[in-house]
Write a protein that binds this ligand. Structure first.
Ligand SMILES: O=C(O)C(=O)C[C@]1(C(=O)O)C=C[C@@H](O)C=C1
Length: 305
């Protein structure tokens, strides 16, 4: 088994893959971007890949949400990782020396309050990932070249030979990122009772009540949504699709029935996987939306003649 991940070593995504506990002997393959990791899955270079999809502070990760849909891949599992950031710099640097800070855009969004308070003059320089930031600093030091920035923000494990100047600098100490393991279609994890399903819905046209009509398919079947985001389709200005996570599995009667309803009413329905949720929280299902209630209704209909 070959597992890809958004690397290099030391990213929060690698921490998520380790928390997933791949079987002994499995290969772990780092990719420099989310897109490259997902393309690696599509081409068969790896069997699956771990990528970030949602942060409790900064929200959805568009690179993942859009590429999953465009490449027609499926989510087969999820992992939650608490996020803690440190500020690192070449040994001997003091806070007053820092004018530029390199890190991933999602990480910067989570520490900018701290930076505004403690390093008001410093500006942000984008890096490919939180681990790429300190690695570029170390590489410049080793080569005797000017560093791309004065300091980096990363996970504590990514500090390497750099000095940790400040710990736990996240603006929100309870920040959590949700990561998903992604595979090619055809891999459907078994229902567990605590599952999630990810869909992308397209409307026929932009009109009053269009989104409401789609959402009614879930409401009338007692399905709770856990994430809803609109993303541009790219077709024209103002053209959006809806990326949705819901409680339940494709094999649950209420979810299957909602998909049938959506297939009739939406312009397109993309199924992006059913998978056990990381917090193991079971879906709340009213008795009228249970598998038994659907089976009973079908039996009753059949009995009518
Ligand atoms: O750069 C990393 O370490 C990542 O794994 C990416 C990522 C993200 O895209 O959200 C993951 C967790 C943190 O919220 C910041 C960055």
């Amino acid at each position: 088994m070959r597992y890809g991940y958004f690397g290099p070593e030391g990213t929060f995504t690698q921490a998520a893959l380790l928390a997933w506990r791949p079987a002994e002997g499995a290969e772990h393959v780092p990719f420099p971007t989310v897109d490259a990791a997902l393309r690696g899955v599509q081409s068969g270079a790896v069997d699956s890949a771990m990528v970030p999809i949602e942060n409790s502070i900064e929200g959805g990760v568009p690179a993942t949400i859009d590429a999953l849909n465009a490449l027609r891949l499926v989510i087969v599992g999820e992992v939650l990782v608490p996020i803690t950031f440190v500020l690192v710099a070449p040994p001997g640097t003091s806070l007053t020396d820092i004018r530029t800070i390199g890190t991933h855009s999602h990480a910067w969004a989570q520490v900018r309050g701290w930076a505004a308070e403690h390093l008001p003059g410093a500006t942000y320089v984008p890096a490919l990932s939180t681990a790429a930031g300190p690695q570029a600093l170390e590489a410049a030091l080793a080569a005797g070249e000017p560093p791309p920035y004065d300091a980096a923000v990363c996970a504590p494990v990514a500090a390497g030979s750099l000095e940790v100047l400040a710990e736990d600098i996240g603006d929100n100490k309870t920040a959590v990122t949700r990561f998903v393991l992604v595979a090619r279609p055809g891999w459907l994890p078994k229902p567990t009772g605590f599952d999630k399903t990810t869909l992308v819905l397209y409307q026929h046209s932009d009109r009053a009540g269009g989104l409401l009509e789609l959402l009614e398919q879930f409401a009338t079947r007692g399905i709770n949504l856990t994430r809803l985001e609109s993303r541009p389709t790219g077709a024209a200005m103002g053209s959006y699709c809806f990326s949705i996570d819901l409680e339940g599995h494709l094999r649950d009667e209420r979810v299957a029935d909602a998909l049938l309803g959506l297939r009739r009413t939406a312009a397109d329905v993309r199924f992006l996987g059913s998978y056990p949720r990381a917090d193991l929280r079971a879906a709340t299902v009213e008795s009228a939306a249970s598998d038994a209630a659907f089976a009973d209704a079908r039996e009753w209909l059949r009995s009518l003649g």
